[in-house]
Design a protein around this ligand. Structure first.
Ligand code: FAD
Length: 490
């Protein structure tokens, strides 16, 4: 059989390994870290377990599909439950809005808690559905870099309907047209952060995102998010894929612009017929292909990166009945917050806080009477800021804000703490500038400017993962694996 080497055991690398093993390839995955998952990994401390990165699970069908492809029953080794309440929103004036998955219940909640009518959210979600229907086939499931994509009738239809997908105004502007209440505009603007973008700049096409969450639903994997990684690694192993941990690849070896294999630290050369990089595309070129500067896609690598995150993983010695699995504590001034992130490359003193508590669903994740708090704010990507200072200030602001909202001194309740910031995201997962989702989607051309899943200059080199087409986030990273494997063929 032909041999495929995959650089990195991120979720897209694992999914690509499964797809190629099913096709009959001999597959080996080399991972720099001591465990699989990349951003989708876990942290354990003092009896608490935390999912390190992603916490919102959408489009589980793309995971199920991998089990089905391998001839296994999707619900045999990986299970999850659908959330009836997607997220609880806390506003600075004390209003609490529960985003129920069921549209009528959500609409009723909105008309009770805000000045918007139930019809507003329905119209907004219908618009989201329409954008999804026009874009999903082309922008998400196909390569935008293959002629065959453009030769299909469906694609041409999509590309010609750019006005209908709202590509020419900002998300914020569009949301102002859907809602009159500032609270609802803020709710809708937040979806830009799902791929690390700025709602005041990003095209309103990103209003496709709420459709994924409200229509297809939000889920919680039994055992926590890390089960997605673990169960897929086990599936890959059952298919014969070999995983090598603590095995950083230092070079992709070429001969006459064709891939010959890779060079692994302390191990040397390993040959391969094809190589798929799940490493950030920036570092793939800058480090693994540094001997070939002429092959560098300069324009693509110069693009603006998505935002990053600052996360405090707190063991909390108390349980809060007023909190749910996903909680958002909004800022007073959203525009100011994004100006801090995108113009000043800094952190506002009133950041919107995302608080995820997996122990609400998975009791084992925290000792009795306690909760595991994943407390995250959006921050700029790493450009050499004074992070120690910014983190100390943000920690103080976050504790103060949560203490006020919950009527309790949160600082007193923290029994253990770990921190992840743009620097450590960069060093632990090799993501350029610690960006969470590769390049940002702050321009309407972003979808076309992402790097292709196949190199146009190097034969038999492919790319998967959140830094290339179709984009960041678990569902899109999984789709990148599908595009790569379709491209590689039999
Ligand atoms: P990555 O996770 O980036 O992993 C790449 C892997 O390759 C790493 O393990 C790295 O060690 C390895 N590697 C790199 N270079 C080499 C080399 N030279 N040799 C060997 N190994 C190498 N997505 C969602 O869907 N929902 C969310 O709620 C969500 N929240 C997030 C919150 C945070 C804090 C973060 C960090 C991300 C979040 N995301 C979320 C985004 C999501 O985690 C990513 O888009 C997705 O996990 C990216 O997967 P990937 O396959 O691109 O690989």
């Amino acid at each position: 059989p032909k041999k495929a080497i995959i650089i990195g055991a991120g979720i897209a690398g694992i999914a690509t390994a499964i797809r190629l093993a099913v096709k009959g390839f001999e597959v080996e995955v080399f991972e720099a870290n001591s465990c699989p998952g990349g951003k989708l990994s876990e942290i354990k401390q003092n009896g608490f377990r935390f999912d390190a990165g992603p916490s919102l699970f959408t489009m589980p069908q793309y995971v199920d599909e991998l089990f089905a492809l391998a001839g296994e029953k999707p619900n045999a080794s990986f299970t999850y439950q659908k959330l009836s309440m997607v997220c609880r929103y806390f506003y600075p004036d004390g209003t609490k809005v529960d985003a129920f998955n069921e549209t009528n219940a959500f609409a009723a909640e909105i008309s009770k808690k805000t000045s918007d009518q139930p019809g507003a959210i329905k119209k907004y979600l219908e618009n989201s559905k329409r954008i999804y229907q026009i874009t999903n086939h082309v922008f998400l499931k196909k390569s935008l870099h293959r002629l065959s994509t453009y030769l299909s009738f469906k694609t041409l239809k999509s590309v010609l309907r750019l006005t209908q997908i709202d590509a020419f105004r900002s998300m914020h502007k569009a949301n102002h047209a859907f809602f009159t209440d500032k609270k609802m505009v803020q709710y809708a603007d937040r979806f830009a952060t799902y791929n690390g973008s700025n709602p005041f700049k990003a095209p309103a096409t990103l209003n496709v995102i709420p459709h994924l969450e409200q229509h297809f639903g939000a889920y919680f994997p039994d055992g926590g998010m890390y089960q997605i990684t673990l169960s897929l690694v086990e599936l890959a192993e059952r298919l014969g894929v070999k995983f090598h941990y603590n095995s950083p690849i230092e070079k992709i070896v070429l001969e006459k612009n064709s891939v010959k294999g890779v060079k692994i630290v302390e191990r040397g050369f390993v040959s391969a017929d094809i190589v798929i990089s799940n490493s950030d595309v920036y570092f793939t070129y800058k480090k693994l292909l540094s001997e070939y500067p002429k092959l560098l896609p300069k324009r693509i690598l110069r693009q603006e990166r998505s935002s990053s995150a600052l996360i405090f993983y707190w063991g909390i010695k108390k349980q809060f009945r007023q909190l749910d699995l996903h909680n958002i504590f909004f800022s007073e001034d959203y525009q100011k917050e994004f100006e801090h992130i995108w113009q000043q490359k800094s952190i506002s003193d009133d950041p919107t806080i995302y608080l995820n508590i997996s122990s609400k669903y998975e009791k084992k994740d925290a000792p009795e009477g306690c909760e595991n708090w994943f407390t995250m704010i959006n921050v700029p990507s790493n450009q050499g800021q004074n992070w120690d200072k910014l983190i100390a200030e943000a920690r103080k602001d976050i504790i103060q804000k949560l203490s006020k909202a919950l009527g309790e001194d949160i600082g007193e309740l923290i029994v253990c703490e770990s921190i992840l910031d743009p620097r450590s995201i960069e060093s632990k997962t090799f993501s350029y500038q610690g960006s969470l989702y590769g390049t940002s989607s702050n321009s309407q051309f972003a979808a076309f400017l992402r790097h292709s899943n196949k190199s146009s200059k190097i034969k038999n080199l492919f790319f998967c993962g959140g830094s290339v087409h179709p984009g960041g986030g678990i569902p899109l990273a999984l789709l990148s694996a599908k595009i790569v494997s379709d491209w590689i063929g039999k």
